[in-house]
Structures are given as structure tokens and as C-alpha cells.
Write a protein that binds this ligand. Structure first.
Ligand SMILES: [Zn+2]
Length: 506
């Protein structure tokens, strides 16, 4: 957020200081100075037109998208100097991700049923059985629906976004909005920080954070910190897994060449895993690197080192003297926390620990990994449909169960392993060549996990080919045990940090 408080007619230094203190005292009261400035907009309206509000500089008509609201569900705090597309992708994943997963799952199930009933056409994959048509509808429809819902879903949560909710065309109203920022934050249920490396260097972003934490008092603050790299990283992982599943549902093979003939789609998946997996490893490492930067920036947070427009302009614009935002903000923070240094210390000691722990542990939740790895299940729905159409219902059902095992148990374990590797070795290498080598080595290690899953699957199928249910049980059983053990390990190692925390104020 970037604001500037114009219009001090005071030329003398002392007069200006007195005015700054007066303004700070007014802002620090956290009151709404004009009822009509307490406004919100629906999240989907803020994301309309490819999130025009977050991209374009022309914000004349955006104000019309806001409405008066007594309560704001979420206050979006972000820096105007960060990349807009990363923020937009992160918001889309945050608000529309769940709906995208649910709708795509429904559509892939419907596609499976329609194909099984012979309504949808299929492709020939086994050249010796040209009449046997195979489905890849579930994977394709799932992917298309997920993308469409992600882009077009309309979340209705009332949010505060400065560019929409502050009337920039009316100077008096704009001024009242800035004076009321503390009050607006006080009336916001939660605050979402769209974090990028520029965020902690902007004065007004720090002001928003301090006002929000102060307004919660001793009660716990619901602060969501979302590094903007999370959106693109999730999208890359999801698309990468779709890409890996593509050969499973499309590559031609010959079942009579068993076992090599039926191995072809799996080998194709392995090849695609190398391409898709490389990108995924790179994305995950970049995410953890961005967390390290966040940690570093919060560690060195300082009001004196922050940038604000007024100081950049030398406190003079078009012949009018400007008040110094920095001085006003520091004065406010002194009223709330005792001194700017006390607030900075609180950030370093309490917020830093809570935030970094949560961004490592809580972002990659079970819910997140199931959303990202759902294309694995779609691929198996296609295999099930391809057997159901030739009336091999037992085989079809076993594919559905195996798909569930791979999606619900194996996928998250493998992804956890990959995330752990990426976190452990996220440091940027000294040269591009070394960077590529690091990505490839990590991918190779992660592929080891994939190979274990693949080999155990093929062995069960190979040895128990005639007894489908034994094969499914022998494959699924050990993974169930591993998943339970992993769950117990996670529960026992989880500290009792909650989703919100409080910051002591003096
Ligand atoms: Zn200044």
C-alpha cells in the first residue's frame, strides 16, 4: 500500500513536527473519521478483468466496485512494488483452489461414467485390439475444469483492497480513508499479507501490520502470510503432475508383450516425470529460497530503512510541502507499542518465529498436497473407464482403489519427500551449471521414491495378475501402514502452535 499525506501549509520545521504529531495521534486512535470510508469489495470483484485492480495504474472506476460495509472479512496487505502476476496467482489459488479441485473431481467422475457407458469416444492404445477404446477423458476434463474454475470462480468474501476501497478522485475522502486506516484494520477479521521481498521494505506495509496487531490487543490475531511464490509454485506442481499422468492414459502398448508391453505407459510417465519433475523441484526450491529472504528481511526490519514516497520526493510535490509519512507512522507505533524499536523487537522475537515455522509446516498441508496430486487419481479413473467399457468391472474397480491409494497415500508421501529435499537444499548454487546439477540430483533422489511406488505396483500386478484383489491388497496394504506411521510421526512432532498468535504490546 502506498499513500501520501499532502498539504501542510506549515513552512517552519517546528510547525510541521507539531502537525505530524497531531495527525499521528488521530490515526493512532483507530477511529473511522467518515462513515463512508469504511468499505469493502467482494474478492471476485478484486480479481475481475485478470485482477485489473492489482495490475493497472488507472484506478478511476475501480471505486465503484466497493460498497459500505461494517465488517471486513480480510484485509489484503501487499506492496505495489512487487510483481502483480505472482500476487494474482497466489490469490487465485487461495480463493478458488478448493472449488477448482471439487468441480474437477466431479467432472472427471462424470467423464468416467459417460465413457463406461459408451457415450464418449476413445483412443486405440493396444494395436492388436483395435476395437478396445481407451479413455483419457477424466484427466483432460479434470484439468480443463480445474483451470476454468480457478480463473472464473467468484468468491464472495468481503475484502479490503486499497485501490478499490479508497476513493482516489476525492481528496477529502482519500484523506479520511488514510486517517481511518487503523480503524479499518481494527474492523477486519483477518489480514492476509501477500509477501514478496519488497513488502517488508515499504513503510505503509509495516504500518498495516503494526496497526492490525495492535488492534487485536491481547487476543489472538488471524494473520495469514502468503509468500507470492506459493501461487505459481502450486500451479507448476499441479500442471507437472497432469503432464506426468498424460502417458499413463495415452501411450500405445501391447498387452501381449507382457510385462514390457504394459510397462510402456509407466516408462512414459517416468520420462515425463524427468521433465515435469525438474520444473517442480526448481519451483519448490525457489519457494523455500523466498522464505529465507522473508526471514532475513523480517530479522532486519526497520522503520528507518523503509522506503516511502514522501521521503523519495524530498517532502515537496508541485510546490506544496508534504508531511513525512515516516514520522507519522513512527509516532503512531510509539503510541501503540512504546517506541518503533519495541515494535521492531517484537517482530524479530515473536512474529518471525511463528511466521517462518508456519510457512514451512502449514503451507504444505495434507489438503494442499491432495489438491496438487489429484491428477494421479484422474489418470486411474481413465484406466478404470477403459476396462469398464469392455465389461471388466472387477479390474475397473481395482484401478479405482489403486488410484485412491496412489492419490491419498503415495502422492502426499512422495510430495512430502520432495518438499523436504527442496527445503534442505534450497540454497542457490554459485553458477547456472551447478544449479542445474542440484536440481537434477534432487530429482534423481525424488525419482527413487517414485520408482519404489512403481516397482511395488508392477510386482504386485505381475505376481498376482490373475488374482486382482490380492494384487490391490498387497499394493495398498503396505502404503496404508506407511501413511499411518507418517501421520503418527507428524502428530507427535507437531508443536502446539495455533493458527493465530498474539503480539505483546506495551
Ligand atoms: Zn518522509
Amino acid at each position: 500500500m502506498e499513500h501520501e499525506i499532502h498539504g501542510s501549509s506549515e513552512r517552519s520545521e517546528g510547525g510541521r513536527e507539531a502537525k505530524q504529531v497531531k495527525v499521528a495521534t488521530r490515526v493512532a486512535r483507530m477511529e473511522i473519521s467518515m462513515p463512508k470510508v469504511l468499505r469493502a469489495t467482494r474478492a471476485h470483484q478484486a480479481l475481475e478483468g485478470c485482477a485489473e485492480a492489482l495490475r493497472s495504474d488507472d484506478c478511476g472506476s475501480l471505486y465503484l466496485k466497493s460498497f459500505r460495509s461494517e465488517k471486513i472479512s480480510c484485509f489484503w496487505s501487499h506492496s505495489w512494488h512487487g510483481g502483480p502476476w505472482m500476487k494474482i496467482m497466489t490469490l487465485l489459488v487461495h480463493y478458488n483452489g478448493r472449488a477448482a479441485v471439487l468441480f474437477s473431481l466431479c467432472f472427471s467422475l462424470i467423464s468416467m461414467v459417460l465413457f463406461s457407458l459408451g457415450i464418449l469416444p476413445g483412443i486405440v492404445r493396444a494395436p492388436r485390439s483395435p476395437d478396445w477404446k481407451w479413455s483419457s477423458w477424466s484427466l483432460i476434463s479434470g484439468f480443463v475444469v480445474a483451470v476454468v474454475v480457478l480463473l472464473l470462480w467468484r468468491p464472495r468474501e468481503p475484502v479490503f483492497l486499497d485501490r478499490i476501497c479508497i476513493n482516489k478522485n476525492n481528496m477529502e475522502e482519500k484523506k479520511a480513508s488514510i486517517f481511518s486506516l487503523g480503524g479499518i484494520l481494527k474492523r477486519s477479521e483477518k489480514m492476509m499479507v501477500l509477501w514478496d521481498p519488497t513488502w517488508s521494505t515499504r513503510l505503509w506495509c509495516l504500518f498495516e501490520l503494526s496497526a492490525f496487531l495492535k488492534s487485536r490487543g491481547s487476543s489472538e490475531a488471524k494473520l495469514l502470510i502468503r509468500p507470492t511464490f506459493l501461487g505459481p509454485c502450486s500451479m507448476i506442481l499441479f500442471s507437472g503432475i497432469c503432464f506426468v499422468m498424460l502417458p499413463v492414459t495415452t501411450i500405445s502398448f501391447n498387452p501381449s508383450w507382457w510385462p514390457f508391453g504394459s510397462l510402456l505407459p509407466a516408462l512414459g510417465a517416468l520420462l515425463f516425470l524427468f521433465i515435469g519433475g525438474y520444473v517442480m523441484v526448481g519451483a519448490l526450491r525457489a519457494y523455500f529460497r523466498s522464505l529465507e529472504t522473508l526471514q532475513e528481511r523480517l530479522q532486519n526490519i526497520s522503520f528507518d530503512d523503509c522506503r516511502c514516497a514522501c521521503c523519495d520526493l524530498g517532502h515537496r510535490l508541485e510546490g506544496v510541502d508534504l508531511l513525512c509519512d515516516r514520522e507519522i507512522v513512527k509516532e503512531c507505533v510509539s503510541i501503540w507499542f512504546g517506541s518503533p524499536e519495541a515494535f521492531e523487537d517484537c517482530i524479530r522475537s515473536e512474529l518471525l518465529a511463528a511466521v517462518t515455522w508456519r510457512l514451512k509446516q502449514d503451507v504444505f498441508t495434507r489438503h494442499w498436497s491432495l489438491s496438487v496430486t489429484i491428477p494421479v487419481f484422474w489418470g486411474f479413473l481413465d484406466l478404470a473407464a477403459s476396462f469398464a467399457i469392455i465389461h471388466e468391472y472387477e479390474e475397473a474397480l481395482s484401478f479405482i482403489i489403486e488410484g485412491l491409494v496412489l492419490w491419498l497415500l503415495c502422492g502426499p508421501i512422495l510430495l512430502d519427500f520432495m518438499t523436504w529435499l527442496a527445503f534442505r537444499y534450497c540454497r542457490r548454487a554459485s553458477s547456472i551449471r551447478r544449479e542445474i546439477c542440484t536440481n537434477l540430483s534432487l530429482l534423481l533422489v525424488a525419482s527413487g521414491g517414485f520408482l519404489v511406488i512403481l516397482v511395488s505396483y508392477i510386482l504386485c500386478q505381475g505376481f498376482l495378475n490373475e488374482r486382482i484383489w490380492y494384487a490391490t491388497a498387497f499394493f495398498g496394504g503396505p502404503w496404508c501402514i506407511i501413511a499411518v506411521l507418517q501421520f503418527l510421526y507428524k502428530v507427535s512432532h507437531r508443536s502446539h502452535r495455533s493458527n493465530s498468535f498474539s503480539l505483546r504490546s506495551s
